[in-house]
Design a protein around this ligand. Structure first.
Ligand code: AGP
Length: 615
């Protein structure tokens, strides 16, 4: 997820774009850049780092003049964060510049074709390919920029919000959108472009939000022209009169980043499998994994090291890797693993899971594993993070920046990546039937829809939160694939509401915890349709017999548990192996609402940091 800003009008573009980028840094902050038309040439500065680093570089390198410009603050998906991979990107001729938020899935094949036509590339990005495709079309077909953009976008596959201008036509900017947000601010003889309205809200509250597969040629002195990219149909835009303040806009209108990130899960799960999961073709293709598949397939075991929520994602993977790929898996707290002198051999594969890619204990565990000869694979959310650079290879989750300290979308996108890897390995090993494999690909492809449905229950979950918000303790129970979900649900509640909560395998109740049950103890039970269903129902009856209050996560349409539980939170039916991706949702919402009702600092809970870089 990146931030884009553009301006064309009567003001100086530089200060407006720089301030706009600062407001969008919550969308990405590993590098930043700006391109201005100074009346005769393009002035471009870009750098690894934050917008303040860009200002320093711009002071030295460019004249900050001109009333046409575009700017970008990056959250890397292709190419590590460095100066050359930062946006904006020039076309080979130096006449076009582009900024882009999104992922072009088929950039590699387009890049090869352009190289064969003599184009040279300086960065590893998909965006530089796009701007040169536009240039090639503009030149070869002798069309205007807008037409060239339209033709190019009909050739690419992926997601984008782009702004591009031609130094030979400095009275217009061309923008287009598919899958990533793009807002156009309408001023008096001036136009603003941005990922959301926060960069221009003080100049105008009239905004058009481009819809998917729409583009616009924005030209001074003329009303804006919006077209459908596919068939060139002219669109009459709806102009929104915005009543949001800047902070509300950064949070997408949500009260907290955590809630925004909970609701982003359908789209970021899709972004994470985009270009990697081709369900109809029965293909899983994960860049960083392909060449190392023999290491996984021939491994004696897979050791997963992580902390916190990432460790819970690893626990889910223990079930899927062993269930499908029949590879022994051990899941270790990185903080314990690194100090206990573990037995590691060259036949071991270690998977390190970390949203931030900076967790000190996980980093130490990786270094130990490498010293002992293991192959180490990373699953991180921050491109170019320390852990992503320390591992031999890896896969990025495309969750975008996770601002809320309580991890939500990172968890579900980690599980998405791990599920794809487990399915891929099982398919290669032949330990999963073709029909089971294909079914799981189709169901994984449908997960964003199931998560959307789970989110629709938010109102009911908020009601449940109001009933239990003052409980001093909670128990969370789950079996099988949902035992890790019970642990994750308990962690969410603990860390943002400061209520003590414990997660247990449901069957463990009779080995002690059931002594805790009385009418003061709410017990959250994940009781979805599964191989364990009858046993979980028995556990619920045991709790009920001791007057425990039961909040059950159930499969839509469940009638049995509904009769036993005090409250139910429904999720759509999915294969048991994929249920953690949906059963987690009500637990995230339950903890969120309780914390809000207790007036806690949801996004920055006490004593916690987003990235634990200390030991
Ligand atoms: C989870 O909500 C917490 N914020 C915390 O447990 C976190 O998952 C843990 O610190 C690991 O962080 P990482 O994924 O960035 O390595």
């Amino acid at each position: 997820m990146c931030g884009i800003v553009g301006y064309i009008g009567h003001r100086e573009a530089y200060p407006l774009i720089i301030n706009g980028l600062k407001r969008l840094e919550y969308r990405g902050y590993d590098s930043a850049g700006i391109a201005l038309y100074d009346g005769s040439n393009i002035q471009l500065a870009k750098t690894k780092g934050k917008v303040v680093d860009l200002e320093e570089k711009a002071d030295k390198e460019i004249t900050k003049k001109g009333n046409l410009g575009i700017g970008h603050t990056r959250w890397a998906t292709h190419g590590v964060p460095n100066d050359v991979n930062s946006h904006p990107h020039y076309s080979n001729s130096g006449e076009l510049v582009i900024i882009h938020n999104g992922i072009i899935e088929n950039y590699a094949s387009i890049k090869q074709e352009l190289i064969s036509r003599g184009y040279v590339f300086h960065s590893d990005t998909d965006t530089e390919v796009l701007v040169n495709l536009i240039e090639e079309i503009k030149k070869k077909q002798d069309v205007k920029l807008g037409k060239a953009v339209q033709i190019a976008l009909n050739e690419v596959v992926g997601a984008y919000a782009i702004a591009v201008f031609d130094q030979n036509k400095p009275n217009e900017i061309v923008v287009a959108k598919l899958g990533s947000p793009l807002a156009i601010g309408l001023g008096n003889d001036e136009f603003f472009i941005a990922s959301d309205a926060s960069p221009f809200i003080e100049y105008t509250n009239n905004a058009i939000y481009l819809e998917d597969e729409q583009m616009a040629v924005i030209r001074l002195g003329r009303e804006i022209r919006i077209r459908k990219i596919k068939n060139d149909t002219r669109i009459k835009p709806f102009v929104h009169e915005l009543k949001l303040n800047i902070e509300q806009i950064e949070k997408g209108g949500y009260d907290h980043f955590m809630l925004k990130e909970i609701y982003e899960q359908p789209s970021v799960i899709k972004d994470t499998y985009r270009g990697r999961l081709l369900a109809d073709q029965g293909i899983i293709k994960i860049g960083g994994l392909e060449e190392y598949i023999p290491k996984f397939v021939n491994a004696d075991r897979i050791i997963i090291v992580a902390c916190g929520t990432s460790w819970h994602a690893g626990l889910v993977a223990e079930y899927t890797f062993e269930d499908w790929a029949r590879i022994p898996v051990e899941v270790e707290y990185a903080s314990e693993f690194r100090y206990r002198n573990p037995v590691i051999t060259e036949k071991d594969v270690v998977i390190a899971i970390s949203q931030s890619g900076e967790t000190a204990d996980t980093l130490a565990a990786i270094k130990l594993a490498k010293e002992k000869g293991a192959f180490v694979y990373g699953i991180c959310n921050v491109v170019g993070s320390t852990i992503s650079r320390e591992t031999h290879s890896g896969t990025y989750t495309h969750a975008g920046p996770e601002i809320g300290v309580a991890s939500t979308k990172a968890f579900t996108t980690q599980i998405t990546v791990l599920t794809m890897i487990a399915l891929k390995l099982a398919h290669v090993k032949g330990t999963i039937s073709k029909s089971d494999y294909m079914m799981h690909l189709r169901e994984l492809d449908a997960i964003p829809v199931y998560v959307e449905k789970a989110l629709e229950r938010n109102g009911e979950i908020k009601e449940i939160a109001s009933v239990f918000k003052d409980s001093p303790n909670f128990l969370y129970l789950g079996r099988g694939y949902n035992f890790p979900v019970a642990l994750e649900g308990a962690l969410k509640l603990k860390e943002i509401s400061y209520i003590h909560a414990e997660g247990y395998p449901a069957a463990e109740m009779k080995h002690g915890p059931i002594a805790l049950i009385d009418e003061q103890m709410p017990v959250v039970v994940v009781a979805i349709n599964s191989n364990h269903y009858e046993k979980v129902v028995s556990n619920i009856q045991e709790i009920k017999a001791r007057k425990g209050k039961i909040i059950a996560v159930v499969t839509q349409g469940d009638t049995v548990v509904r009769e036993l539980a005090d409250f139910v939170m429904e999720v759509p039916k999915t294969p048991e192996t994929l249920t953690p991706l949906v059963t987690t949702i009500p637990l995230q919402l339950l903890s969120y609402h309780i914390a809000v009702m207790l007036d806690k600092n949801v996004d920055q809970p006490r004593n916690l940091a987003k990235s634990v870089t200390v030991e």
